[in-house]
Design a protein around this ligand. Structure first.
Ligand SMILES: N[C@@H](Cc1ccccc1)C(=O)O
Length: 524
């Protein structure tokens, strides 16, 4: 029989009695694991080996487990000390044995409870006795801890630390491979176990026969090289078959954050609904963030408790005079015959102050005022998916910066029905079909609605956005004389509904699970 190099190496390294993992075979044959896996599958096709998926617990020591592995379990120290103190002849004071064992702090409790559990003796009335014939040196828990320590250091083969599986024999003389012992150690918090799936290889009878009959190596080529192409050698080469089922190492390439991908998806959906994207500054004059939105200058949301104000530079120089005059007039006197303003203090200095935008409605204001892309003629549909900054207290639903999905529709004769219809259509694209609307108050919209969606696992109603029809006090100074409906939706909250997050900090920040970042799919 003739086999390619790699296959022969794997066949020779495999055993008929002892399953070896692909990793172990790769190590023994100095092949990389992809090649070893490929070879194993090719051999399986020839019937020379069996490849089996094996699900195993991989145990490892916790910090406390490591500590005992390098010394002794406290109950074993206690037993040895009790014997030294003569507790096998007659009971001695517990404190005396504990002092002799050199145990202190929380370990006293651990020593006493496990002493009794392991049948080392009895503890009662402040005294401890020791059964004479216990062999703490061969304590199974102690040995497993030591084996795991050695295995972690690479001085013990994997098979020694396998917990017994059904139908397999425990390892050495003492009961080191008992599942019960592993369970106990896990319960004590001394080891942790993780389930891992490995592929392992066992030589078949045909494999053994083939090896005994002798195998020659066939020169098959695994990869085409530039040299083979230039020399023309490839013409005569015997190429190894390509096995698409072979194990391959998983490559973790960079990929976009799920939040960013959801933002892109939101953009796609809104563009599909006929919206155009708005752009604008992250740090902006309060004029655009607040004043244009008919937010009085003494509104509590305008203090540093809520917004981040810039120190340097602390103000913007150029605000359009005419617009400033119009906005100031709306604030002081109101708009229209029935209008009334706030009559609260208003100064251009405050309007010129620079802050990080607390909402992207500043972009809507800039666009409606015509300073961003020129005067707008209805109909218009605009949106942005951008970051906003708020001096909030961090909790499960609040971050200091988050993404807002801002949007506006400018047209003649808009109504609440149009607003609701737009949301229904938008959220349906993300599988959210149970929207609820609640009337609310915004200084710049009338009527105003908060939006809620149901959390997929907790069933709680989560606020996902705020919306309304801009009021004349806002639109009039900006020179807009048709209707405008608008909204700000939270991108992270959308993700909470689509992915079932209960804590927004699971979406971004230092605590985010790497596996989630690697594997999350954008839901829509
Ligand atoms: N600016 C509001 C959202 C909103 C935008 C436009 C109209 C109504 C509400 C917020 O931050 O919550």
């Amino acid at each position: 029989m003739r086999l390619p190099d790699a296959q022969l190496a794997v066949l020779e390294a495999a055993s008929a009695s002892n399953q070896k993992t692909i990793e172990e075979l790769a190590k023994e044959t100095s092949l990389n694991s992809d090649t070893a896996a490929g070879a194993a599958f090719a051999l399986e096709e020839e019937g020379l080996v069996e490849v089996a998926d094996r699900i195993r617990d991989v145990p490892s020591l916790t910090a406390e487990g490591e500590q005992y592995a390098s010394s002794n379990l406290p109950e074993n120290d206690l037993y040895s000390a009790a014997i030294r103190e003569g507790a096998d002849m007659e009971p001695v004071q517990i404190n005396q044995a504990i002092n002799a064992a050199g145990i202190e702090g929380p370990q006293v409790e651990i020593a006493l409870s496990n002493y009794a559990r392991k049948g080392y003796g009895s503890i009662s009335g402040g005294e401890i006795s020791a059964n004479p014939d216990m062999d703490v040196k061969n304590d199974a828990e102690h040995h497993i801890l030591q084996d795991l320590d050695e295995w972690a250091e690479g001085t013990l083969p994997r098979t020694t630390i396998d917990s017994a599986e059904e139908g397999t024999e425990p390892g050495d003389g003492y009961m080191r491979s008992s599942e019960e012992v592993y369970k106990q150690l896990e319960h004590r918090g001394l080891i942790e176990r993780e389930v891992s799936t490995t592929r392992s290889v066992l030589l078949t009878d045909d494999g053994v026969t083939a090896l005994m009959e002798g195998i020659e190596t066939a020169d098959t080529v695994g990869a085409l090289t530039p040299e083979m192409l230039t020399t023309g050698e490839w013409r005569d080469a015997d190429f190894a078959a390509y096995n698409v089922e072979a194990d391959a190492e998983r490559a973790q390439a960079g990929r976009l954050h799920p939040l960013r991908r959801t933002a892109e998806r939101v953009t796609d959906v809104l563009v599909g609904m006929g919206f155009e994207e708005m752009d604008g500054p992250h740090a902006d004059a309060e004029f655009w963030i607040n004043d244009c939105l008919f937010m009085p200058q003494d509104h509590p949301a305008r203090t540093h408790w809520d917004q981040f104000t810039l120190a340097d530079p602390d103000a913007i120089d150029d605000l359009p005079d005419e617009l400033v005059a119009g906005v100031e007039h709306a604030h002081r006197e109101g708009v229209g015959p029935d209008g009334d303003g706030y009559h609260s203090p208003w100064s251009t200095d405050v309007a010129r102050r620079l802050s990080l935008r607390g909402h992207t409605t500043s972009l809507s204001a800039r666009h409606l005022a015509g300073v961003a892309t020129g005067d707008l003629e209805p109909p218009q549909r605009l949106f942005s998916v951008e970051k906003v900054y708020r001096n909030d207290t961090l909790d499960a639903t609040h971050l200091l910066e988050f993404f807002q999905i801002e949007g506006l529709v400018m047209a003649e004769d808009l109504s609440v029905r149009d607003l609701m219809g737009t949301f229904t259509e938008f959220y349906a694209q993300f599988g959210i079909t149970d929207l609820e609307f609640k009337p609310t108050y915004n200084p710049y919209t009338e009527p105003s609605f908060e939006l809620f969606g149901e959390h997929p696992t907790t069933g709680e109603l989560v606020e996902i956005g705020n919306s309304g029809l801009f009021r004349p006090e806002m639109l009039d100074p900006l020179g807009v004389d048709c209707d405008v409906m608008a909204w700000g939706l939270a991108l992270e909250r959308l993700l909470m509904l689509t992915h079932g997050f209960e804590d927004i900090r699971d979406v971004h920040g230092t605590l985010v699970d790497l596996d989630f970042l690697r594997n999350a799919e954008v839901v829509y």
